[in-house]
Design a protein around this ligand. Structure first.
Ligand code: KG4
Ligand code: ZN
Length: 371
């Protein structure tokens, strides 16, 4: 089936057309068209995403991106079977632009519109493998490891700018949230620490680069930060205390040179990743007999220190569990993952979703995997 997917939950406007078929756990995915415009530079001066600016940009970007995607796919809207759109979680003004656009198209072309949970998009982004051609040269997906077909149940560690969650994925569409952050999301903490270090937004990749440089140069970290809630019995997280510890350190030292930035970046990344890996370890120990896979997804899954640590944990302690992370270019927000999640939803005939009339899908800023 051909799915036109639209993503506008945050600061990326993204449109993709997939031709996707086959079994849910191992679908054949051909990306016929894929476009994405990031507003990161525009939001940089706010140190985060400014909702009304995001909305304006999405409104401006969607029509040209749709045309570009269609011409890349050499298709007309009448050729697609479904339109999928993110309806939450995210910034509501931003979500509404995608929903309104999708519903208008759906009405005009008499195509069903499928509302998609952005976090389900992240989870199922791991189903995209390298074996299928991707026609867009701008999305030059690296040839990578060959993954075995995804086996469920799985534990998912979802780490992004808005979420830090450990989720039991019992089956497609059947989730249980085991733990989540009580304050900042881990990606948000990366972005805030980057801002303290006067690094550009989004901060994750910047922090990660500096931290890696320091690890190459110095075996032992010169600074260590606290690991909030690392020994708590539950599977919840907290990153705001770590962020405050970084702030105090920066204030007390008062010397913002490159070397100091690298030390702080490394110490912060070590602490944040240590907490993520330790909590994932606890969850894996609890679920070892129940689950078959570990899924890492969301923007922070692009972090090499995190993936390296999780791969190490799996190979040494849980060799029977398969590890899945998205292709690097599908880690951060994109429309391909929304199309994949739509394919699953359509196949499961979760029928409340098919809307042909306008005004039936609502933006839900706080949508969860269980709501
Ligand atoms: O999933 P995503 O694109 O958007 C949300 O749904 O929030 O995640 C964006 C987040 C940002 O906070 C960004 O700093 C973080 O992912 N991120 C990273 C890296 N690349 C992106 N964090 C750590 N290391 C990275 N390499
Ligand atoms: Zn996201």
């Amino acid at each position: 089936m051909k799915i036109l997917a639209i993503e506008t939950s945050c600061d990326e406007t993204a449109v993709a057309i997939l031709d996707i078929n086959g079994p849910l756990e191992n679908p054949n995915i051909a990306v016929l068209g894929n476009t994405l415009l990031s507003q990161a530079v525009l939001h940089a001066k706010y140190g985060g995403v400014y909702p009304n600016l995001a909305k304006r940009e999405h409104q401006k970007n969607l029509p040209p991106l749709l045309n570009e995607t269609l011409s890349e796919a050499k298709l007309k809207i009448s050729d697609v079977d479904y339109i999928a759109v993110t309806h939450g979680p995210g910034l509501e003004p931003a979500l509404w632009t995608g929903i309104t656009f999708a519903e208008k198209l759906g009405l005009e072309w008499q195509k069903p519109v499928v509302p998609i949970n952005h976090m389900e998009g992240h989870i199922w982004s791991v189903l995209y493998r390298d074996k299928f051609s991707i026609s867009n040269s701008s999305l030059d997906l690296a040839r990578g490891e060959q993954f075995p077909k995804l086996e469920l149940p799985a534990l998912a560690l979802l780490v992004s700018g808005g979420h830090t969650e450990l989720v039991l994925v019992k089956n497609f569409g059947d989730y249980k949230i085991l733990g989540q952050t009580r304050d900042d999301a881990v990606g948000e903490a990366f972005d805030k620490v980057a801002r303290m270090l006067k690094l550009p937004y989004p901060g994750g990749p910047e922090i990660s680069k500096l931290a890696e440089k320091n690890r190459v140069e110095e075996t032992e970290p010169k600074i260590t930060f606290p690991r909030p809630m690392i020994h708590s019995k539950d599977l919840d997280f907290s990153f705001s205390g770590l962020k405050t510890a970084v702030l105090y350190k920066i204030k007390s030292e008062n010397k913002m040179d490159q070397k100091f930035r690298e030390l702080i970046a490394r110490a912060f990344e070590d602490a944040a990743i240590d907490v993520l890996v330790t909590k994932t370890h606890s969850a894996l120990s609890q679920l070892e007999d129940e689950i078959k896979s570990l899924i890492l997804a969301g923007g922070v899954s692009a972090n090499t220190h995190l993936t390296k640590k999780l791969k190490g944990l799996i190979s040494t302690k849980f060799p029977k569990i398969n590890f899945y992370a998205p292709n690097r270019l599908l880690s951060t927000d994109n429309a391909i993952m929304i199309g994949i999640a739509a394919f699953i939803k359509i196949n499961q005939r979760i029928n409340t979703f098919v809307r042909k009339e306008e005004g039936t899908i609502r933006a839900e800023g706080n949508l969860t995997l269980t709501s």
